[in-house]
Design a protein around this ligand. Structure first.
Ligand code: TYD
Ligand code: MG
Length: 450
């Protein structure tokens, strides 16, 4: 067995030192050294003379691994149909958003069918039991309150659960490293060891990860490379709705969305979420436009609000919530060049209502319309739904599943729709008047005539 020592490795040049320094002695870069465990390897590799066995792809028996359902249909949906043996899932999200609640609920359901283990480094067994009681779970889930990696791995080997939850990876530490729990080196090393165990033993491990203020996982980005699936919890802690988005998934589609409502009995799946973010009153206000977004495989209608106001500083502000800020800057430039709508002396704020994040470009046209509506103080009709991507040449580009989006909007009582020309439906959609546009100028013309 090779002896393990700790080393400091430069992220830029790969140079190694035995002590931590602010500056890499090899490439002179600052703050690039991070602690790692280095196994001392035998000197002569030729003495090992090992070779791997090569197989042909067609000769390998492709076995579909059976999925283990979690009892929460929306959670299964983002996972791509359930948990996979040997798979490691990382669940990130703001504190208090419901990560521990969701995983405890899932384990309670799985516990009836397979062996489970809940490892907590944050809460005492009594606190978890209290939560279990509040959720009315009544399942005898094996608990372990532990933060030492070696002890956790030992317990996993002894107990042999099929599904294990580690809450959270930031609290776990290994004695092999001197740095504090939660440091980059500790988190990476522990995640790597746990992943190795999951693959070897063929068990599923769910890791809880904290996110920083900027919204990325605390600790290293490499955590995302180590695991098979990365899920993010989204949503306003002010509202009761919670979304889980698949950010990376080796066993399913990405950008799939699971929708939950936080109730006094824990998280409940919302099977029909399309109208969830449309709680508005009947008043028509300038700057509000409804987009038919497609998140994952389901259409989702979301209100986009824009506020355009004269800027009082030399650099006007552009601020987005739930939307891409760079994309807004681009849209404002296109609006100016190809639509003749100047916003260079205006502050522009855009918000996707309800704490939902919209990542697809189909929201472009709705953002542009909301901005123009606010600038001109002309409300957009209440029953108009909009979608379409805006190109740099001012063209409106088609988006995926146009027909489906239109149908969903019609189902929810929208009587008018504005969409890319190429997305115009072949037949008529009952109760809905659809306008197809090929350019931003055409869309603005249509808006003027409303
Ligand atoms: P928690 O699951 O501990 O979040 P995390 O592990 O992501 O930090 O917190 C869940 C939050 O939801 C907490 O603020 C209390 C609330 N809650 C409910 O509204 N209903 C419930 O049944 C439970 C258990 C928690
Ligand atoms: Mg928690």
């Amino acid at each position: 067995m090779a002896k393990a020592t700790t080393l400091y490795v430069c992220a830029q040049c790969g140079g190694q030192t035995s002590k931590w320094q602010g500056q890499c002695p090899h490439c002179l870069a600052w703050n690039t050294l991070s602690e790692t465990v280095q196994e001392t390897r035998p000197r002569r590799f030729s003495a090992l003379a090992a070779s791997g066995e090569v197989v042909r792809l067609t000769d390998v028996q492709a076995v579909e691994t059976p999925r283990l359902a979690t009892g929460l249909a929306e959670f299964d949906r983002v996972l791509g149909g359930g948990l996979v043996g040997g798979g490691v899932v990382l669940l990130g999200g703001d504190p208090g958003i419901g990560k521990s609640t969701l995983l405890l609920q899932a384990l309670a359901d799985i516990n009836a069918r397979a062996k489970t283990l809940y490892v907590s480094g944050e809460e005492s067994a009594a606190q978890i039991a209290l939560r279990g009681n509040r959720l009315g779970l009544g399942a005898a889930i094996p608990l372990l309150t532990e933060i030492r990696l070696e002890a956790i791995l030992g317990t996993l080997k002894a107990e042999q659960p099929q599904v294990a939850v580690i809450d959270s990876i930031q609290t776990v530490y290994t004695e092999q490293l001197q740095s504090a729990p939660g440091s980059v080196a500790q988190v990476r090393e522990c995640a790597q060891e746990l992943t190795r165990h999951a693959k070897q033993a063929g068990i599923t491990i769910l890791l809880v990860g904290h996110v920083t203020k900027e919204g990325t996982l605390a600790g290293p980005r490499v955590l995302e490379h180590i695991v098979d699936t990365v899920l993010y919890f989204e949503g306003d802690t002010g509202s009761s709705f919670r979304l889980i988005r698949a950010f990376k998934n080796r066993f399913g589609a990405v950008n799939e969305l699971g929708v939950f409502a936080m109730t006094d009995k824990g998280l409940k799946g919302v099977a029909n979420p399309s109208a969830l973010f449309l709680q508005r009153d009947d008043r028509e206000a300038p700057g509000s436009c409804v987009v038919v977004a497609q998140e994952g495989t389901r259409p989702l209608l979301v209100e986009i609000q824009a506020l355009v106001d004269a800027a009082h500083a030399p650099n006007p502000r552009r601020l987005t919530v739930g939307l891409d800020g760079n994309r807004l800057a681009m849209l404002l430039a296109v609006l100016h060049r190809h639509g003749g709508v100047p916003c260079y002396d205006q502050d522009v704020f855009v918000n996707a209502v309800g704490g939902v994040k919209i990542t697809e470009p189909a929201v472009d046209l709705a953002v542009a319309m909301a901005v123009v509506s606010s600038l001109r103080s002309q409300p957009i009709p209440h029953k108009l739904a909009v979608f379409g991507e805006v190109g740099l040449a001012g063209e409106i580009r088609p988006v995926q599943r146009g027909q489906e989006r239109l149908k969903e909007a019609a189902k929810l009582g929208f009587t008018q729709a504005l969409c890319p020309k190429a997305n115009l439906p072949k037949g008529k959609i009952s109760g809905m008047e659809v306008k197809g546009v090929g350019s931003l100028a055409e869309a603005l013309e249509y808006f003027r005539g409303l």
